[in-house]
Design a protein around this ligand. Structure first.
Ligand code: ARG
Length: 457
């Protein structure tokens, strides 16, 4: 771009390498809509406050509308040599309106302008992410509703631990995602604050009306300190942090799906449309989508780290380091959206295999706690009951049987408290049905959990 807007103080053209190095248009052009909407509000306010002539303010707004329409329709291309989207739009306006276009930047700096644009784009993106998470929640709830009585082993240390249902397991993720939504909504609150009017750092001598710009752009309130207004990127970091936790949840879920669709588990089968083959092994059906989500989670953590490290040593107020915020936060946003958009239909089309879950639950003595509880109900102290049950498990392992198939006389050898009804007490179905405390796996309890999440969405 020949002739910089700030050229007056300089005696030389900027070196081409510096120009390329400095330029952010390749990644901030995506904010054009917000840059233009922000400028329209600013120009309107300037006109209303008598800082520029009313008719000029109207001309600027019309000119900006034209630029927006032309970019939307592909009639106007971004100049890759422009310094950034802000300079590009202003230069284009001046090209179209002449001197009137040059009045737009009155009482404004790119420092407060970029802070505004980033807040506006993050507002929109946060809303989109929330909607995608809600969609995924609905998918999870639908699958849970169909699997209220699908018994499966619950694990600790990846060792079979106690019987639960598939619905119960899924609802753990539904609750994680509910917290993600709440975190996104929370970061939205601190994003939706209007910084324009902070100027370069020390506000302005013009009689501006910041509240008017705030109202025009639908922000909740204005920033309270001009230095903070231009140098705050907490909202980027908060959003990236909320996205990182969301990715962590998707990654843990993905890891389980990877396990579940292995031949070792075979609890589920992915739809062919959401799995991939091998170039050499004809039998392979790989869960690439979930592996990529697990991998991309690390990438989003990298974005969060970029933002945190970028900010930690910056003196007030604006520093050019902060231009680095965009690639990091946009990458996190694009990655999580991509993951959500692929994970949701993959989950919705996944086939659950209840027999295999039930078979896995039948092995591993996951009803041992219930066996001990049976003795406690007959009056025995828990520690004694625990020890006896441990001995029984040992006997089963030696005999190659399960607690369900171990003959009653073996039980009775250890204590007379055992009767025929022990078999009913340790049946997997009973074990699940009896765990009806709030939050537990009993179908009625999981139904309440589903209801709870549905009401929050
Ligand atoms: N492209 C810049 C950024 O993204 C805009 C602000 C430039 N401000 C400045 N004082 N050079 O941060």
């Amino acid at each position: 771009m020949a002739g910089k807007m700030w050229a007056g103080r300089f005696t030389k053209e900027v070196d081409e390498r510096v120009n390329d190095f400095n330029s952010s248009i390749s990644f901030d052009a995506r904010m054009y809509r917000y840059d233009i909407e922000g400028s329209m509000a600013h120009a309107t306010m300037l006109g209303e406050c008598g800082i520029i002539e009313k008719h000029e303010s109207e001309k600027i707004v019309q000119g900006l509308k034209g630029i927006l329409a032309d970019i939307d329709e592909g009639k106007l291309q971004f100049d890759p040599t422009a310094e950034d989207v802000h300079m590009f739009v202003e230069a284009e306006l001046t090209k179209r309106l002449g001197d009137t276009g040059k009045r737009l930047h009155t009482a404004r700096s790119r420092n407060d302008q970029v802070a505004l644009d980033v807040r506006m784009i993050l507002r929109a993106e946060t809303k989109e992410i929330i909607e995608l998470v809600k969609k995924l929640e609905h998918t999870i709830l639908d699958i849970a509703e169909k699997n209220l009585t699908t018994v499966m082993p619950g694990y600790t240390h990846l060792q079979r631990a106690q019987p639960i249902t598939f619905a119960h397991h899924l609802m753990a993720y539904a609750n994680m995602l509910l917290r993600d939504i709440s975190r996104l909504e929370d970061s939205y609150k601190r994003t939706n604050i209007m910084p324009l009017g902070s100027g370069a750092l020390a506000s302005t001598t013009y009689p501006i009306n910041r509240q008017r710009v705030c109202d025009l752009l639908g922000f909740d309130e204005i920033t309270q300190n001009s230095l903070d207004g231009v140098s705050d990127r907490d909202f980027c970091i908060e959003l990236c942090s909320a996205i990182s936790l969301l990715m962590m949840h998707l990654s843990r879920f993905s890891e389980e799906i990877i396990l579940w669709c292995s031949w070792e588990f075979k609890f589920i089968e992915l739809d062919d449309a959401y799995a991939t083959g091998s170039s050499i092994m004809p039998q392979k059906k790989n869960p690439d989508v979930t592996e990529l989500i697990r991998g991309k989670t690390g990438r989003v953590y990298g974005d969060l780290n970029t933002l945190l490290v970028m900010m930690k040593g910056l003196p007030l107020a604006y520093n050019k380091d902060m231009q680095e915020d965009k690639e990091a936060i946009f990458d996190a946003i694009d990655t999580v959206k991509l993951c959500l958009k692929t994970f949701d239909p993959m989950l919705a089309t996944m086939r659950v295999i209840p027999e295999n879950m039930r078979n896995a639950a039948a092995k591993g003595f996951i009803n041992a706690t219930d066996c001990a509880d049976y003795l406690v109900k007959k009056g025995m102290p828990f520690r004694d009951a625990y020890k006896i049950t441990g001995t029984l498990v040992h006997t089963c392992i030696e005999k190659g049987c399960t607690l369900e198939t171990l003959p009653l006389e073996e039980y009775k050898k250890l204590t007379d408290n055992f009767d025929e009804d022990v078999y009913d007490a340790i049946s997997l179905e009973t074990c699940v049905m009896q765990r009806k405390a709030a939050g537990g796996p009993a179908p009625e309890s999981v139904k309440a959990q589903i209801e709870y999440v549905r009401n929050k969405l």
